[in-house]
Design a protein around this ligand. Structure first.
Ligand code: CTP
Ligand code: MG
Length: 158
């Protein structure tokens, strides 16, 4: 099932909002353009916690379905999601957008497409499935970030 498949990526991507903070992944360094590589919004704690929680979700699914395959799938989806999220921030910084500024598509989609790419050696949905999940991921990202802002978990609603 498509929703079960992508669930670890969603868990991984939302975990840093709660557990993130601390040392930034770029250690405060600037790139060649003298702007931050990734910015303070991408931290090691968020990265590790996201991969851990997403993999745990994969392990839970594996337990329920009696198939260890989902542990590996969960790990790859989570690793891809967090890597894609960081790459999105890298792109934003190169375009001179400060941490937390809203950017259409780059805020919502890299986590999904990188999760998909990292998991693709194990499993890739059909093209229709990918289009459906991309739309769902976009919508869920918008809705959940709005909710996280209202709940006081996130300072901006995107
Ligand atoms: N976060 C984190 N570590 C990560 C990813 C996210 O600590 N690897 C936390 C940060 O507190 C971040 C929050 O989750 O502010 C929301 O993530 P996101 O919206 O992706 O970051 P932004 O702060 O909006 O920064 P950017 O402009 O780089 O997207
Ligand atoms: Mg953001």
């Amino acid at each position: 099932m498509l929703l079960i498949f992508i669930l670890p990526a969603y868990i991984a991507n939302s975990t840093p909002v709660i557990f993130g903070g601390g040392t930034p992944m770029d250690f405060g360094r600037k790139a060649w353009d003298r702007k931050r590589c990734l910015g303070d919004g991408k931290t090691w704690r968020g990265f590790i916690a996201g991969i851990a929680m997403g993999t745990l979700a994969g392990a839970a699914i594996a337990g329920l379905l009696g198939n260890n395959f989902y542990v590996w799938l969960g790990f790859l989806l989570s690793f891809g999601a967090l890597a894609g999220d960081a790459i999105g921030s890298f792109v934003k910084r190169r375009l001179s957008m400060t941490r937390g500024s809203p950017m259409f598509a780059i805020d919502q989609l890299p986590f999904f497409f990188f999760a998909l790419a990292f998991a693709s050696p194990l499993y890739l949905p059909s093209i229709e499935g990918i289009v459906f999940l991309a739309l769902l991921s976009y919508l869920l990202h918008v809705v959940t970030n709005f909710a996280a802002n209202r709940l006081g978990l996130k300072r901006v609603p995107w």
